[in-house]
Design a protein around this ligand. Structure first.
Ligand code: OGA
Ligand code: MN
Length: 291
């Protein structure tokens, strides 16, 4: 796909199911015109990558804050409250352990397909991940285009799910472990697991486009359906997520900043056990109740 110029920004689509590289802009001093172009690029490409930049945490927090109200993960998912007092909203995703305690979330295992904070009533809108340290191999992050996932479904299925909802279970994390606060839960019956109920098809509040909206596969449930029918429907919907033509995979380099929109994408991460240190700085903006 050709490079597009917008308000001086160079936007190079990856040619995959989503995502574009952006350069030609000073991330420390975005003009209103450039910021508008960035928002538009995010609406068009769903995931943006900035490579070859170097911004500090304060600049990072300032940049992300232009896109919306910043919102840190709920306390129970964080290992440390504040990593950098100068940029208190920045949280850490890392396998690094210091003084016997992890400096951030998520360890070194696989993260299964998910959206950020989908297990809350009001999930996050955008996530910003800035690579500070990366291992030589492993830890790639893949993204799926959920507009395309919806469009690829059989018309009868699209019609069927237009009014259905699903549970985004809250008790287990993206690596399958029980979250603090949910340790007493013993059932793995999707009907019993706690979590918010969100529409299966959501309308993006800014683009007006409809996207398939799924929680994690484990513990997902479509209320109103017998369990077997819910499982069959969710399996059918999930088969549309990771088709090669819907996906793009980011191989991280130090300094890479990736912004994604949780309202129309899902993401997963490869494991990198034994591959060395990985430290990502993360910010999120507050979203809206999915409708
Ligand atoms: C996240 C996440 C993926 C990664 O921070 O929400 O899913 O590659 N991270 O670490
Ligand atoms: Mn995530």
């Amino acid at each position: 796909m050709a490079t597009i110029e917008l308000a001086g920004l160079r936007i190079r689509p990856t040619g995959a199911g989503l995502a574009a590289d952006v350069d030609g802009v000073d991330l420390r001093a975005l003009t209103d015109g450039e910021f508008g172009a960035l928002r538009r690029a995010l609406h068009d490409h769903l995931v943006l990558r900035f490579r070859g930049y170097s911004i500090d945490d304060v600049e990072f927090q300032h940049l992300a804050g232009r896109f919306g109200e910043l919102y840190a993960s709920p306390g129970y998912t964080r290992s440390r409250a504040v990593y950098n007092p100068a940029a208190p909203m920045v949280t850490i995703v890392s396998n690094v352990v210091e003084d016997g305690a992890p400096i951030g979330e998520h360890g070194d295992g696989e993260l299964l397909w998910h959206t950020d904070l989908g297990f809350e009533e009001v999930p996050s809108a955008l996530t910003f991940l800035l690579a500070r340290e990366v291992p030589a191999t492993g830890g790639n992050t893949s993204f799926a285009n959920m507009y395309k996932a919806l469009d690829s479904l059989a018309p009868a299925t699209r019609e069927r799910i237009a009014r259905l909802k699903s549970k985004h279970q809250a008790s287990h994390s993206s690596y399958g472990a029980k979250r603090p606060g949910f340790r007493d839960i013993e059932t793995d019956d999707p009907r019993e697991l706690p979590g918010p109920i969100h529409p299966l098809v959501r309308t993006h509040p800014e683009t007006g486009r409809k996207a398939l909206y799924l929680g994690r596969r484990f513990g997902g449930y479509v209320p109103g359906l017998p369990l077997a029918k819910s499982e069959a429907l969710l399996d059918e919907l999930w088969a549309a997520v990771d088709r090669p033509e819907h996906v793009w995979t980011q191989q991280w380099q130090v300094g890479d900043l990736v912004i994604w929109d949780n309202r129309c994408t899902m993401h997963r991460r490869d494991p990198f056990t034994g591959q060395g240190r990985r430290r990502m700085h993360r910010l999120m903006t507050k979203g809206e109740r999915p409708v």
